[in-house]
Design a protein around this ligand. Structure first.
Ligand code: AMP
Length: 217
């Protein structure tokens, strides 16, 4: 199964990509995580995109497309996958279509996780992330608090509010998301791939709805 997840920040894309990955044995392709790793490792790409990420702006299409192409053309090419945060623009979707065609891979579904802006701001303000690069666990003070306040359950690091999870930045990320997404959704709708699923339910319900909407057995 090959599925693209589209949704604003805080819609639960990462959580759903994790569940789909683990339960359906799909490789999770998360461009946010790939870019954050480049920033941590201070690579030339990381140096270029770090300030953009912190301001809630998108990385250039060409940079993201190249990173994804490298992944799909490499020896570790994922055959079955779920993407989390890619494609984010129409230009990325067109490039991804071409890449997949070249690799003789076909998408099965594009899931649009639907949620309003105010709910996103509320959710993300309560998100706490593990800054440890080898861990990267994510918690929510309302729905999934860590057992010990402020401490990562997996690795013991002190949890942080990500720079790009601050309200002002989240609002900017939402503006970016809306500016880019309409044409993206239309693109996949024209291909008959688009499924819209509410992101307001608990994660397990949303997961079941995604599975049902994509027709996976
Ligand atoms: P995410 O973790 O998916 O919310 O991504 C965090 C940040 O990484 C975004 O706010 C963007 O700055 C950048 N980013 C991630 N994926 C993409 C993409 N497909 N295109 C452009 N920028 C991206």
């Amino acid at each position: 199964m090959r599925v693209v997840l589209i949704g604003p920040p805080g819609s639960g894309k990462g959580t759903q990509a994790g569940l789909l990955g683990a339960r359906l044995n799909l490789t999770s392709v998360g461009t946010g995580e790939i870019l954050r790793a480049a920033v941590r490792q201070n690579t030339p790409i990381g140096q270029a995109v770090g300030p953009l990420i912190n301001q809630g702006l998108l990385a250039p299409d060409s940079v993201v497309n190249d990173l994804v192409a490298e992944l799909f053309r490499g020896a570790q090419r994922p055959d079955n996958f779920v993407t989390d945060g890619y494609p984010r623009t129409l230009a990325q979707a067109v490039a991804f279509d071409a890449l997949l065609r070249q690799q003789f891979l076909q998408l099965d579904a594009v899931v649009n996780l639907a949620i309003g802006d105010d709910e996103v701001v509320r959710r993300i303000g309560n998100r706490r992330s593990c800054p440890n690069p080898t861990c990267g666990a994510s918690y929510n003070l309302l729905t999934r608090p860590p057992k010990k306040a402020g401490i990562c359950e997996r690795c013991g690091a002190a949890l942080v509010l990500r720079e790009d999870d601050r309200e002002e930045t989240v609002r900017r990320r939402l503006n970016e998301f809306h500016r880019c997404t309409d044409s993206l959704l239309e693109h996949y709708d024209r291909q008959g791939l688009l499924r819209t699923v509410s992101a307001l339910d608990p994660a397990e319900t949303t997961f079941a709805n995604i599975v049902r909407s994509t027709g996976v057995k």
